[in-house]
Write a protein that binds this ligand. Structure first.
Ligand code: HSE
Length: 433
């Protein structure tokens, strides 16, 4: 084969990145691959909007069928985003015998198992490096670089928008609302920021990475999700006094044959590497039973970093086309018949330590009643601080040793009923690994 033909569906930010990476690095890519990768068509419904990267008019089309029916196109890159139209394009591309590269984490989180099945049926590649962690080669690391390991844990920061907001709240004392407004003004956060700030985008990514790590189908609807919109900067300050920083973490862990898959605001020790991952950066900590700890760090979004990941997939697919081995590595890197549904624990079964903040009347015996309720439920306090009075109330802030979440919830129900406790407690999980 003299060259690899590529068709691009979706000329947005990432699409521009793909075009630019192919242009800028065409020579080095050809040196690695042996043949050139040629972008032949670009489809988008809106061809008039100004973009940072231009495309010759004759390559443009508003009809994606022009890509699907072009016999010189071997690889279709889906960068439309969203669910319905993107799924139709991917399915049609596979039906037309084209390999597919996508960055669409939401679609894979919802329909990845079905689409992987179709790609397999057709003997074609469906690659998705850019769907998780932007430019960080996380998927390749899990599928290939760490294939000799049993992965025990993945945890990390997988959403740059939420990380930017938390960084500004931590370093500059901004409220969530002000930090969000700033992130929107800088173009990090969307006009509707729900997916990013409510942890849903992070959960999409975790469900994909976790499936590869543990050889289980993607189970997005079983991921526990809590976002950062309810975070009070006060808790960030108090947690700092205990030596912690607050991050929106994605955590996937294989414990006693069941999985934890959870996304929530999490406290990590200030000296943990993840604590210093700030702004729009992403980072992932992986634990393998042979390799030990691995950290991956880089830009989790943006035109060129995400373009880099998409083009690395194009190169991988091209190598498989040239070598005649399109099913060399299955999508989840486990043989499809060995992918097994592993039970995901409800959050009530998670065993971890906690930060608890209460507001209480400043009267004798309150602390002993609170610690009594915790003790009766098997929860041991590791540290406690009582802050100065605010009018009639005092904040009581505690760190617990590891405990079962259902026990902590039961204790807090009892504590909330104490007449001296004013309002529900704030609970934030701690990651000690
Ligand atoms: N919206 C995502 C983020 C980038 O803020 O990290 C794309 O996955």
């Amino acid at each position: 084969m003299a060259k690899i033909g590529v068709g691009l569906a979706g000329w947005g930010t990432v699409g521009c990145g793909v075009i630019e990476v192919l242009r800028k690095n065409g020579a080095v890519i050809e040196s690695r691959l042996g043949v050139p990768v040629e972008l032949l068509r670009v489809a988008d419904l809106d061809l008039e909007r100004q973009r940072p990267v231009s495309v010759p008019r004759e390559m443009l089309t508003t009809n994606v069928e022009d890509i699907l029916r072009d016999p010189d196109i071997h690889i279709v890159v889906e960068l439309i985003g969203g669910l319905k139209a993107a799924k139709t394009v991917i399915r049609s591309a596979l039906e037309h015998g084209k390999h597919v590269v996508t960055a669409n984490k939401a679609l894979l989180a919802h329909d990845g198992n079905e689409l992987f099945g179709l790609a397999r049926e057709k003997g074609l590649c469906l690659c998705f490096e850019a769907s998780v962690g932007g430019g960080i080669p996380l998927i390749k690391s899990l599928r290939e670089g760490l294939a000799s390991n049993r992965i025990t844990t993945i945890f990390g920061i997988l959403n740059g928008t939420a990380n930017y907001i938390l960084t500004r709240m931590t370093d500059n004392g901004l409220s969530f609302a002000d930090a969000l407004k700033e992130a929107q003004a800088l173009g990090y956060a969307e006009a509707d920021p729900t997916l990013d700030v409510e942890g849903i985008d992070t959960a999409h990514k975790l469900s994909i990475a976790g499936a590869i790590a543990f050889g289980t189908p993607i189970q997005f609807d079983r991921v526990y999700i809590e976002g950062i919109s309810g975070i009070d900067p006060l808790d960030i300050q108090y947690a700092e006094e205990f030596g912690y920083r607050l991050k929106l973490l994605a955590i996937a862990r294989n414990t006693d044959g069941r999985l934890e898959m959870r996304v929530h605001p999490t406290l990590i020790a200030k000296d943990h590497v993840l604590a210093s991952v700030n702004g729009a950066y992403n980072a992932v900590h992986i634990e393998g039973n042979a390799v030990g700890d691995v950290m991956l760090y880089g830009m989790g979004a943006g035109m060129m970093p995400t373009g880099s990941a998409v083009v690395s997939d194009i190169i991988d697919v091209a190598r498989d086309i040239l070598g005649g081995t399109p099913e060399r590595i299955p999508p989840l890197a486990f043989l499809p018949e060995r992918v097994q549904k592993i039970d995901i624990k409800p959050i009530s079964d998670v065993y971890t330590s906690y930060y608890i903040r209460l507001s209480a009347l400043d009267e004798p015996g309150v602390l002993s009643k609170v610690s009594g309720a915790l003790g009766e439920n098997g929860i041991s306090i590791a540290a406690v601080i009582q802050k100065g009075r605010h009018a009639d109330s005092v904040p009581i802030v505690m760190i617990t040793h590891e405990a079962l979440e259902s026990s902590v919830r039961k204790a807090l129900d009892e504590i909330d009923k104490l007449h001296a406790v004013l309002g529900p407690a704030t609970l934030i999980r701690i990651e000690n690994h």
